[in-house]
Ligand binder design. Structure first.
Ligand code: MV4
Length: 660
């Protein structure tokens, strides 16, 4: 019964996932259509596609979330299917419906399946009937505070209040004892009302140290269903996943099978079709409980692909074509261990605020069967404020977990991105903790091990310092009047002095050079001799018969050398010691980053109290409240609501009230 096959897919998404979906489509001989906003006109996903259609302005609500525009784009280009990726419209039942009504195949589950999993309480009722284990608790319709408090007593404290419409931890409150119940309930309801316009609450037994373990399921249109094992995603920061891996360390084979079978029952209970994920909380004693089902392909699907050797996007296309699943459960196997980290444009040293800017240089670790890089950006791209700050994913595999960790550490050393701050060093500090190496994975991992994570530092020993100094000399491209640098010729030799900022310390170096030989001196280190050369963007050194090669980058003040062993950075000292930061007055309220001012509730002349909201800056879908540091009067306000503002710029000036 050969039906017509999908021959052109429109990808209703951007960034790495759009690129990743197109990679499989191309391999299968399927044409691809990208969509883009004005900000993404020259983005990688647009360049990767066979055709690309403009949707509208940068704001997602006017581009990637516009159902009508996307359907029109599919019709205009003759696409026969739409892949929604993750985020944006991927779990929007209206969008799935609009596709079907317009004779477009939605590469995802049915409208009903999406709707069924949209409410946590409705989902729990369905799962209960399907005999999927639930966290003890109440998920009924009755919502009187008295009844909810009674239900809490029944399961015993601590309990967790969860918004039925919730997600990402919003509308969630832990209640440790009965006395706190009423106020916690009121607070959770307020938050749920504000976020989802729905106050319905669930009461659950609060599990204190669970793991987040999720099962990948796949179903076809013929009633077949399999599970492709699990992923452990316990390492999260404020409900953002940081590291994901498969299989889940230490999971017993029988628990794996029991979870897999429960996940398949969950999918079949809603007549599921395509790729889905059933999330569970896993207790320290191996008991597991249904949390929610995600009706999309997830960010972390590559770790499953790595351990199973399957291409899940290919499976999605096969299923969307109406063909049966490519494999039966008994043929699926786990091979080795895979791990993924999410590279975000954010600053771990500044409360993980999203970062923007021009990517001046991007060097990737070499891809292999063990190393995959799913990226949405390339050199020369700008990272803006309008979308998710996740810009790439690094995925590695190994014969075992320790090998995967070692490969990930090397890969992160070799991932060089200059121009926008990223979390790569933070990721290394997480995977290098003893707790992570010992797989002590619980959902509070990053809080619990915050000190160990913060302590992680790459060593800058004398050979690396000397190498940075030598590289600074060889890459000298700035006018010597611009940097603190002297050069004296002595017969065949020349003697140079230079100063570098390295890890917030200013170090001065003396270098005597002749041809490609250098002798480097600094402070109280013993003189070090090396040979060095630059070739094809690489910096090669020979120190005590040891050859080392680095990828390198130099641009004005910034210097960087990197190889699989580490990544070392330095800044040239400027000749004029003036900092490029503007002198800021007392009471200056500065923008914490590039963003748009979505609220500015005060005007010049207003009196404000310490803690009052002065402005909200939105960047990459996250809102940052700026509050008054002290009581005072707003004397100047330089912006209006809706303006774009650059990080570090003064938004307003407050004249603080004299102390009483
Ligand atoms: C829980 C829980 C403990 N006990 N439910 C957080 C987001 C939402 N999807 C469910 N979440 C949790 N539900 C009970 N009954 C702990 C969490 C939780 C969590 C879960 C997975 C990954 C990270 C987490 C971080 C904090 C809390």
């Amino acid at each position: 019964m050969e039906t017509t096959m999908i021959s052109k897919i429109l990808i209703a998404n951007r960034g790495e996932i759009a690129c990743r979906i197109m990679r499989t489509a191309k391999r299968l001989g399927i044409a691809t259509v990208a969509v883009y906003s004005d900000e993404d006109m020259n983005a990688l996903h647009v360049k990767t596609a066979d055709q690309a259609v403009r949707l509208g302005p940068a704001k997602a609500s006017e581009s990637y979330l516009c159902i009508d525009k996307i359907i029109q784009a599919a019709q205009a280009t003759g696409a026969d299917a739409i892949h929604p990726g993750y985020g944006f419209l991927s779990e929007n039942a209206q969008f799935a419906q609009a596709c079907i009504e317009n004779d477009l195949i939605f590469i995802g589950p049915s409208v009903d399946a999406i709707k069924a999993m949209g409410s946590k309480s409705a989902a729990k009722t369905i799962m209960q009937e399907a005999k999927v284990p639930l966290v003890p608790g109440y998920h009924g319709e009755q919502q009187s505070p008295e009844l909810l408090a009674q239900e809490a007593e029944k399961i015993a404290y601590p309990v967790l209040l969860k918004a039925a419409a919730g997600g990402g931890g919003k509308g969630m409150r832990i209640v440790w004892q009965a006395e706190e119940f009423d106020s916690a309930l009121a607070a959770a309801k307020r938050e749920a009302q504000a976020s989802f316009s729905d106050q319905i609450m669930l009461v659950e037994k609060y599990l204190t140290e669970p793991r987040h373990v999720e099962i990948q399921v796949f179903c076809d249109q013929h009633g077949n269903a399999v599970y492709l094992f699990e992923r452990d995603c316990s390492v999260q920061r404020r409900h953002q996943k940081v590291v994901e891996e498969a299989p889940a360390p230490g999971l017993k084979a029988e628990t794996r099978a029991a979870m897999g079978e429960a996940a398949v029952r969950a999918a079949q209970a809603i007549n599921y079709c395509g790729a889905g994920t059933v999330e569970f909380l896993l207790d320290s004693d191996g008991k597991f409980y249904f949390m929610e089902m995600n009706t999309r392909l997830q960010v972390e699907h590559p770790v499953t692909e790595m351990i199973t050797g399957q291409d899940l996007v290919e499976w999605q296309i096969i299923v969307a074509n109406g063909q049966p699943l490519p494999m039966e459960q008994s043929a699926l196997q786990i091979n080795g261990h895979a791990m993924e980290v999410r590279i975000y444009a954010e600053d771990p040293n500044n409360e993980f605020l999203p970062c923007t800017g021009l990517i001046k240089q991007l060097i990737h670790p070499p891809e292999s069967t063990h190393l995959r890089l799913d990226t949405g950006v390339s050199s020369g791209d700008s990272v803006g404020i309008h979308y998710d700050p996740m810009i790439a994913k690094l995925i590695v595999s190994g014969e075992n977990r320790a090998q995967a960790i070692a490969r990930m550490d090397q890969a992160l050393n070799q991932y060089v991105l200059v121009g926008v701050t990223t979390n790569t060093h933070y990721l290394q500090s997480v995977i290098n903790t003893q707790a992570f190496k010992h797989a002590q994975l619980t959902t509070d991992f990053v809080e619990r091990h915050a000190n160990a994570i913060a302590d992680y530092q790459l060593d800058y020993d004398w050979p690396e310092l000397a190498t940075l100094a030598c590289f600074a000399l060889l890459s000298e491209q700035v006018k010597s009047t611009d940097v603190w640098y002297q050069n004296t010729r002595l017969n065949h030799h020349s003697k140079s002095s230079l100063a570098l900022h390295i890890n917030e310390t200013l170090r001065t170096f003396e270098i005597i050079s002749a041809d490609d030989s250098y002798t480097i001196m600094s402070d109280n280190y013993t003189a070090l001799s090396m040979q060095a050369s630059m070739q094809n963007g690489r910096f090669n050194t020979l120190i005590n018969d040891v050859k080392t090669t680095y990828v390198c980058y130099a641009d004005g003040q910034s210097l960087l050398i990197a190889n699989s062993q580490g990544q070392w950075r330095a800044q040239r000292q400027l000749a004029n010691h003036l900092s490029d930061q503007e002198e800021q007055q007392d009471g200056a309220i500065l923008a914490p980053m590039n963003g748009s001012l979505i609220a500015l509730p005060v005007n010049s002349g207003d009196s404000v109290k310490k803690g009052d909201l002065l402005a909200i800056v939105e960047a990459m879908k996250m809102e940052h409240n700026i509050k008054a540091p002290a009581n005072g009067v707003v004397t100047e306000c330089h912006y209006q609501e809706g303006d774009l503002v650059e990080g570090g710029k003064q938004i307003m000036l407050i004249s603080p009230e004299a102390e009483a």
